[in-house]
Design a protein around this ligand. Structure first.
Ligand code: TMP
Length: 248
């Protein structure tokens, strides 16, 4: 197992990617930085990287079991995820089950309006351009993906939505929307990458509709880390908690 952290090859706003001694594998380090407004607002949340890495691991494992190919190989220790190396596609694939966030700012939907089937939307991942929403034609013209790949991305995304929505429902969590990213592996397959965590999803308590995600930080509210820990405590099973020594 190649678990030696090598050279830094990419530094994002909340994660770093390091080489390993296997050219097809990288280590993704989840940092404690939290940002909003394309990096304009920045803070450090102690143990956020720890919790996001174990929450993402849980979701990736569930998805792998359901037949979705992911970047995840192994959580070496909280914060450090051994992963397949991907060439990331600069598209944020956003799935919406309930109207919230920018959808309400940009379009005349009603707050908490439900979407069945869900809405899938794409943003161009680029802070300089402020992640504008784009369509299939623009994504293809920019050379990011083919039309065939967009079809595959859509199918995988719908599957991810239904698997995670059902799992979260069983844990008392609503799944209004989430953002995922895909990449190409060395054989050119489309593989789910990045993370699935309270940084990249909306999670609401099913009973109270309390916010359990990064929206608390975006809105300058308190209890951000407590919300992330609540998500971890609900989605992790006893075995995971024991393994990582979590008293939650
Ligand atoms: P939005 O409603 O602000 O467009 O967000 C849609 C989803 O995407 C939500 O679950 C949060 C996630 N998201 C990110 O992961 N990164 C981002 O930069 C933004 C703005 C949203």
């Amino acid at each position: 197992m190649n678990t030696e952290v090598g050279n830094l090859i990419y530094r994002g706003k909340a994660k770093d990617v390091y080489e390993t001694d296997d050219p097809e594998r990288v280590i993704i380090k989840f940092r404690d930085n939290i940002t909003a407004g394309d990096g304009a607002k920045k803070e450090n949340l102690k143990k956020k990287g720890f919790y996001n890495s174990i929450i993402s691991t849980k979701f990736f494992k569930i998805l792998e079991e359901a037949g979705v190919k992911t970047q995840y190989i192994e959580l070496i220790k909280p914060g450090y995820m051994l992963s397949r190396k991907l060439k990331m596609i600069p598209l944020e694939i956003i799935t919406r089950n309930i109207a919230a966030g920018s959808l309400l700012r940009n379009f005349p939907f009603e707050e908490k309006q439900e979407f069945k089937p869900p809405i899938i939307q794409m943003d161009y991942k680029n802070d300089e351009y402020h992640d504008p929403t784009l369509n299939d034609d623009i994504a293809v013209a920019l050379g990011f993906v083919t039309r065939e790949e967009l079809k595959i991305i859509r199918e995988i995304t719908l599957k991810i939505n239904s698997v995670l929505k059902d799992f979260l429902k069983s844990k008392g969590i609503l799944f209004p929307d989430f953002k995922i990213e895909f990449g190409h592996d060395s054989q050119g397959n489309i593989v789910l990458g990045d993370e699935i965590s309270p940084d990249s999803c909306r999670f609401w308590d099913s009973e109270t509709w309390d916010v359990l995600d990064k929206d608390l930080f975006r809105k300058g509210e308190s209890g951000v880390m407590e919300a992330y820990i609540t998500v971890a405590s609900r989605v992790l099973d006893d075995e995971d908690k024991k393994k990582w020594n979590l008293d939650i």
